[in-house]
Design a protein around this ligand. Structure first.
Ligand code: HQG
Length: 181
């Protein structure tokens, strides 16, 4: 598939599977799954026809592995990043002792005051490596990377999850648990 079309479909899938399924006339179930057959029909209806094989290759080759199929291949969902309330049924896990969060420098004031909040999404997103966090922060402006004492938070009872594409998720990071240079 042509790269431009691929990116367009990927963005539309992120929108529909994380935020606004109604945009494509889809419904997600409680765990965030949408029907693949219906999705292909709806994409064709908005002028983006693609075959099942093309959708499979888009999911397989997506740079951040944003989507996955159900075991039977009948359904598809986003691995993380939702703003609508879905239960991804992720298992709680012990995180590495340090995780990273990239943000824009201008957010630092409110973050120091209130901690890291999930904002529009269901979770605060954290990365296992600093380079990824830097990229995430750069999406918002001049980036700064916070080091989150995830191991200590976990010991104190905060829940951590890891999405199927390797993003660490938690509900809120109070100011006591992060530092920066
Ligand atoms: C900031 C991408 C003010 C927070 C990435 C962030 C990620 C606060 C922004 C995924 C705040 C929310 C998520 C507070 C947090 N005051 N600002 N108290 N607490 N913030 O996009 O983590 O390409 O919702 O620092 O790779 O940037 O979409 O979250 O800057 O995994 O697949 O509020 O999105 O993945 O922004 O990114 P976002 P994020 P995809």
């Amino acid at each position: 598939m042509e790269k431009h079309k691929c990116t367009r479909i990927s963005k539309l899938l992120s929108l529909a599977l994380r935020h606004k399924p109604e945009q494509l006339g889809l419904e997600l179930d409680r765990a965030g799954w949408a029907d693949v057959g219906l999705l292909l029909q709806r994409l064709a209806a908005v002028g983006l026809p693609l075959s099942r094989e093309e959708l499979e290759s888009l999911v397989r080759e997506n740079n951040k592995q944003r989507f996955r199929f159900s075991g039977d291949g009948q359904r598809i969902r986003a691995n993380q990043g939702h703003s609508i309330p879905v239960d991804l049924q992720l298992e709680q896990l012990e995180p590495p002792s340090v995780l990273f969060h990239g943000t824009a420098l201008r957010n630092l004031g409110p973050i120091q005051e209130k901690g890291l909040c999930r904002q529009q999404r269901q979770h605060v997103h954290l990365s296992a490596d600093e380079a990824t966090a830097l990229q995430v922060g750069s999406r918002h402006g001049q980036p700064i990377v916070l080091r989150v004492a995830a191991g200590e938070m976990h010991r104190q009872g905060f829940a951590f999850f890891k999405s199927d594409n390797g993003v660490w998720l938690t509900g809120h990071v109070p100011p006591a648990f992060f530092s920066f240079d």
